[in-house]
Design a protein around this ligand. Structure first.
Ligand code: IMP
Ligand code: MG
Length: 181
């Protein structure tokens, strides 16, 4: 794997798709054990979740349904904008259902807080939050995260669904912003 350049920034290889895949397999197996005999609804938070969502479903062995919601938080750059906008509300009926929200990455937790507030008013049976990547050093909230795929350092990453200025989502591996650039 080689360095890549996107616009003005250089990114170095960080986590391979194979390692990501192992982590997702563990997550899918854990949730399958927990939801035995149930038919959970997995809700993917667009856009970043696209690759994770599809790979997760391939590993999940039980019956399940899916839906999406779309939020916008970053302005496409390196910093979280802090202000979150609901672009598309949950696309399926989750009344009385066991719901699992799948997130690509939890950073400051602002988005997570927004999600909790949004879900609080929905008549679900149960709710869990699972994220593929988590940055513990920058996470500022007390809110519970039920399942974490991988803890990563507080550095900006792209690939595997995550973007810089809208680009890089199609990279199959995860890349980290190179220092001093
Ligand atoms: P939070 O609200 O600060 O937790 O940020 C959550 C959202 O910001 C994620 O769903 C991503 O869309 C985006 N994000 C956070 N960290 C990164 C990163 O390192 N690279 C790309 N996007 C990120
Ligand atoms: Mg996201």
């Amino acid at each position: 794997m080689e360095e890549i350049k996107i616009l003005d920034k250089t990114f170095t290889p960080f986590i391979t798709s194979e390692e990501i895949n192992h982590s997702i397999q563990r997550m899918a197996n854990t949730l399958h054990e927990e939801y035995k005999g149930k038919v959970p609804v997995f809700i993917g938070v667009l856009n970043g979740v696209i690759m994770f969502f599809s790979d997760f479903l391939k590993h999940y062995k039980g019956n399940c349904e899916i839906g999406f919601l779309q939020l916008a938080s970053y302005h496409g750059g390196l910093e979280s904008a802090g202000k979150i906008k609901l672009v598309t509300d949950i696309t399926v009926d989750i009344t009385d259902r066991d719901v699992i929200i799948l997130e690509d990455i939890i950073d400051t937790g602002n988005t997570l807080e927004y999600l909790y507030n949004l879900l609080e008013i929905k008549p679900v049976k149960s709710i869990k939050i699972a994220t593929l990547f988590f940055k513990p050093e920058i996470y500022k909230k007390e809110l519970n995260i039920d399942l974490i795929g991988m803890n990563i350092p507080n550095k900006f990453v792209i690939g595997y669904g995550l973007d810089y200025m809208g680009l890089g989502r199609n990279l199959k591996d995860l890349y980290q912003l190179k220092e001093d650039n």
